[in-house]
Design a binder for this molecule. Structure first.
Ligand SMILES: Cc1cc2nc3c(=O)[nH]c(=O)nc-3n(C[C@H](O)[C@H](O)[C@H](O)COP(=O)(O)OP(=O)(O)OC[C@H]3O[C@@H](n4cnc5c(N)ncnc54)[C@H](O)[C@@H]3O)c2cc1C
Length: 444
């Protein structure tokens, strides 16, 4: 692995020469603000935080970093759940938050070109008057760049797909400062290697996304929402599979287990009780179309992680993000519950069930529970892979999932990923320590 160099006074001077003074900070406060995402992983300080305002500045900064072997970790909104933007090896944190504009709206084509630092909620607010929206919705106020880099998904993925399905073109800056365009504004594209989707989900390890053209959807005139509670988890998850097979035009289908449902009922004032619960949204079925009720239901779901954090004061969280083919979802949930019970851990299971995506939130406040949580998480991830699924449906690999990469993809595929990384970033400066497991990584 490359030996990185510290950001010396001379390198700072080179960086300052391509920026304005307010675009670079070495203060502890600024570095601390970019030392940790929303995950349980340990904070690491970068040496300097840089806020570029255009692609040329991104390229200039990367050229300096490439020449001097300085690590560069892109930063969107810092809402990741797997340590993805933590600057493990110091160097530069490259925050894209000041590149936060809509560049061009192509309303007739249902497309928009944006800068990467724009929050998807801000984007949707600005698109409101045009009756359009960007469908992937990870809940937290993630940036478009962070969503593309993590290939984020959310409760609407069951109908609209993940971020990868809603991007058409991007501008990317490579580690050595070269700028390239990938994809096009055509919804059909079959011209050569699909570089667009090579960069989507690459977590800032292959290039920095400086612009993206996104596919939009028309805001539906009427949506119906429904809450269904069940006597037991088995019936609830079996209903997920049946609903997916029913032909209903389902736009969201979320599973919440009894304990979490009870907790949300107490904390958020919803009336789901302590029951396994499904939240659904579709174009055509009779339930509620009342906007306030729908908003309350989805707000409660989207704020769930904050609610859990509020209730489990002083705890850290092991979060699982496994996903399997829909037919295997009941088996995955059954295995996860048995595993949590065997390790004497609380059962807090929720999921974007319509996509076969299960989240397990395991709170821990001492070393023994942390170890049990880690063991249980390992078992559930391996089971998901055995069931034809993945270690991470939407949070990305970051720090915590790198150990499963060979198990999921096989050694040959991981070697090819390594070779791609070498080609695009020969000095390994872009977000080092993420995705590709270090040699000798074990499942511990
Ligand atoms: C309460 C809560 C709920 C959540 N729910 C969901 C959910 O339902 N679904 C889901 O998918 N996620 C969810 N997340 C996780 C998180 O919101 C997503 O992973 C999101 O994509 C992160 O975006 P960000 O802007 O915060 O990126 P960051 O966390 O800042 O960065 C994410 C990664 O992208 C890289 N990066 C950032 N910008 C760029 C760029 N311009 N170019 C290249 N690389 C870049 C970073 O280096 C890092 O590796 C949730 C998080 C929270 C806190």
């Amino acid at each position: 692995m490359t030996q990185f160099n510290p950001v010396s006074e001379a390198i700072l001077a080179e960086l300052t020469a391509v920026l304005t003074p307010d675009q670079l900070s070495i203060t502890l406060a600024d570095r601390q603000q970019h030392a940790q995402d929303m995950s349980q992983h340990r904070a690491h300080l970068s040496e300097v935080v840089i806020w570029p305002t255009n692609s040329k500045q991104v390229a200039d900064v990367l050229r300096v970093a490439h020449t001097h072997r300085i690590p560069v970790t892109p930063w969107g909104a810092g809402s990741s759940l797997e340590g993805n933007p933590i600057p493990l090896f110091g160097g530069i944190t490259l925050s894209l938050v000041r590149m936060n504009k809509i560049v061009t709206l192509y309303a007739d084509d249902f497309q928009v070109t944006v800068q990467p630092g724009l929050g998807y909620k801000d984007l949707n607010q600005q698109l409101g008057p045009d009756g359009l929206f960007f469908a992937p919705d990870p809940g937290a106020n993630a940036s478009i760049g962070g969503m593309l880099a993590n290939n984020a998904a959310g409760s609407r993925t069951v109908k609209y797909g993940a971020t990868k399905d809603n991007v058409l073109a991007m501008e990317v800056v490579l580690a050595d400062g070269r700028i390239l365009k990938v994809g096009s504004r055509s919804v059909k594209q079959s011209a050569g290697y699909d570089l667009l989707h090579l960069f989507v989900g690459s977590e800032g390890t292959l290039g920095v996304i400086t612009e993206a053209t996104l596919q939009l959807a028309p805001v539906p005139a009427i949506m119906s929402s429904a809450v269904a509670t069940f006597a037991d988890v088995e019936t609830a998850v079996a209903a997920v599979v049946e609903l997916r097979a029913s032909g209903l035009d389902i736009a969201a289908l979320e599973f919440i287990d009894a304990a979490t449902s009870g907790l949300l009922s107490r904390e958020e004032g919803v009336d789901w009780g302590e029951n396994p619960t499904l939240l659904m949204e579709a174009r055509r079925f009779a339930a509620t179309t009342d906007t306030t009720e729908r908003q309350k239901m989805w707000q409660t779901r989207h704020h769930m992680f904050e609610t859990l954090r509020r209730v489990f004061v002083g705890h850290r969280w092991q979060l699982a993000d496994v996903a399997v083919p829909i037919s295997q979802f009941p088996a995955l949930v059954r295995f996860a519950r048995q595993t949590l019970q065997a390790h004497h851990l609380p059962e807090l299971l929720v999921g974007h069930a319509g996509d076969g995506n299960l989240h397990i939130a395991i709170p821990y406040a001492d070393e023994n529970t942390r170890q049990q949580a880690n063991l249980a998480n390992n078992k559930v991830v391996l089971r998901a892979i055995e069931l034809g699924g993945t270690a991470t449906g939407e949070h990305g690999v970051g720090i915590g999932k790198a150990k499963f990469m060979v198990r999921e993809h096989g050694g040959t595929a991981v070697n090819v990923m390594n070779q791609l990384k070498q080609t695009l970033d020969p000095h390994g400066i872009l977000n080092p320590g993420k995705i590709i497991p270090a040699p000798g990584t074990s499942l511990r």
